[in-house]
Design a protein. Structure first.
Length: 133
């Protein structure tokens, strides 16, 4: 069933109100574009010169500042882009939809790998190709 039980809802509510273990990444996309805080597609390849957006959606408990996530984009073994977002709500209220977007413009053709880390653990990976037109 898609509808969560009252016990499941209570667990999420308690995490948002009283959780202290940091944010939880629960949705992630590498996309061409983000419109109204939503990704428009999932990127597989792009022409050289186009921009890539890395869109992430977190569950963020109230009164939590989480600096443990990193976004790394590599072409081969060398990182070409690194971002360490600070996750915090302005009013310190929890959020089911704490979204962030990081943009990257590849400078060379080839196969790129996007990795999202929490500390030193890879949570998500996505590969895409940059092609010369």
């Amino acid at each position: 069933s898609v509808t969560p039980s009252p016990k499941e809802i209570a667990k999420i509510y308690d995490y948002l109100m009283f959780g202290n273990n940091g944010a939880i990444l629960y949705d992630y996309r590498v996309t061409n574009n983000v419109i109204e805080n939503e990704p428009t597609d999932t990127l597989r390849s792009i022409p050289l010169g186009n921009e890539v957006s890395v869109w992430l959606n977190f569950l963020l408990p109230r009164n939590v500042v989480d600096e443990n996530f990193s976004i790394v984009i590599r072409r081969g073994p060398i990182p070409e882009f690194v971002s360490k977002p600070v996750l915090q709500r302005e009013n310190n209220q929890g959020s089911l939809y704490h979204r962030i977007v990081r943009k990257f413009k590849p400078s060379r053709p080839g196969i790129y790998m996007v990795q999202v880390f929490r500390r030193d653990v890879v949570l998500q990976e996505h590969q895409f190709e940059v092609m010369v037109q």
